[in-house]
Design a protein around this ligand. Structure first.
Ligand SMILES: [Zn+2]
Length: 260
C-alpha cells in the first residue's frame, strides 16, 4: 500500500522514546506507515533494532556517526573517544544483523564539531564499503564537509545513497544529483530556503522526505515527530507544481526502487 515515508529520524532519543506508542499512532493516523529510524553509535543501534522489533512501521538503519562530533548532540555531554576498536566492533555488529536492517546510516563526515578529519574519512569509507557489500542504501550526513563527502562517494562508486539534510552549495547538489544520489527533504523546509533550493534542483525521482525527529520541526512550538513528514511532502508538491497524491506516489516508487 502506498504510504507516506519518514526516511530518517532518531526515535531512540530521550525526548521521543518514552512516547513511542502515541508517536507511532499519530504516524499511522497521518498515513505514515514506513519510518526509518537511524542509529548513530553502539547504544542507539541496539535501541533502533529494539524499536523495530516492537513496532512494525519502524524500520531500522544502523550507522556510526563521527564520535568526535557527537558530544554536541548527546545530552550527557560526555567526551567520546574515537578509537578504531569501537568502530570495527560496530561494523561487525551491523554485518551480523544485515537481514534485519534497511540501510546503513547515519554515517558521514562532520567537520563542524569533529576534530579528526583523516580518521573520519577512514571510518566513513569503511561503512560505505559495508553498505555496498550488503547492497543496502547509505544514509549520509555531511556537515561542513560536503565536498569531501561527494569526492569519496564518487571514488567509491556508490550507487545507493541518500543525502540527509544536505546543506551544500548549488553546484554540489547538482554534482551529487548527477552521481545518482537521492536527497531527503527535512521538515524544516517550511522555512529553510536552502532546502527549498534542493527541491528545485533535484528531480522528483531522486527525492525522499524526512523529519530528523526530534530535530528540525516544521512547527516552532512543537517537537518533531514522524507524522509531521507530510509537511515536507506538501512543500515538494508546492514547488514542483504537483498534487500531494502525485508526490506521495512518486516518493513511494523511489522507495521501492532503492529498497527492494
Ligand atoms: Zn539525523
Amino acid at each position: 500500500m502506498v504510504s507516506f515515508i519518514d526516511i530518517h529520524c532518531h526515535l531512540d532519543f530521550p525526548q521521543i522514546y518514552p512516547k513511542i506508542d502515541s508517536i507511532t499512532e499519530n504516524a499511522k493516523k497521518a498515513g505514515v506507515n514506513i519510518i526509518l529510524t537511524s542509529g548513530i553509535n553502539k547504544k542507539t543501534n541496539r535501541l533502533s533494532l529494539k524499536l523495530a522489533e516492537e513496532h512494525s512501521i519502524i524500520k531500522p538503519a544502523l550507522g556510526f556517526y563521527p564520535p568526535d562530533a557527537l558530544h554536541r548532540e548527546e545530552s550527557s555531554k560526555e567526551e567520546f573517544n574515537f578509537n578504531e576498536k569501537e568502530f570495527k566492533e560496530e561494523l561487525q555488529f551491523i554485518r551480523k544483523n544485515k537481514d534485519r536492517i534497511y540501510a546503513i546510516g547515519e554515517i558521514g563526515l562532520d567537520y563542524k564539531d569533529g576534530r579528526n578529519k583523516e580518521l573520519q574519512k577512514k571510518v566513513f569509507i569503511s561503512f560505505l564499503r559495508l553498505a555496498k557489500q550488503l547492497d543496502k542504501p547509505a544514509i549520509i550526513h555531511s556537515r561542513k564537509a560536503e565536498q569531501d563527502a561527494i569526492d569519496i562517494l564518487e571514488q567509491e562508486d556508490m550507487k545507493k545513497v541518500i543525502m540527509h539534510c544536505f546543506s551544500g552549495k548549488k553546484h554540489l547538489i547538482k554534482r551529487a544529483s548527477d552521481l545518482g544520489c537521492y536527497f531527503s527533504i527535512p521538515t524544516n523546509v517550511v522555512r529553510a530556503e536552502n532546502i527549498q533550493g534542493i527541491i528545485k534542483i533535484v528531480p522528483l525521482n531522486r527525492l525522499f522526505a524526512e523529519t530528523d525527529s526530534p530535530f528540525l520541526s516544521p512547527f516552532k512550538e512543537k517537537q518533531n515527530e514522524p507524522s509531521f513528514v507530510t509537511e515536507s511532502y506538501k512543500k515538494i508538491a508546492e514547488i514542483k507544481g504537483l498534487t500531494l497524491e502525485e508526490v506521495k506516489n512518486n516518493l513511494f516508487m523511489n522507495w521501492q526502487r532503492l529498497f527492494d
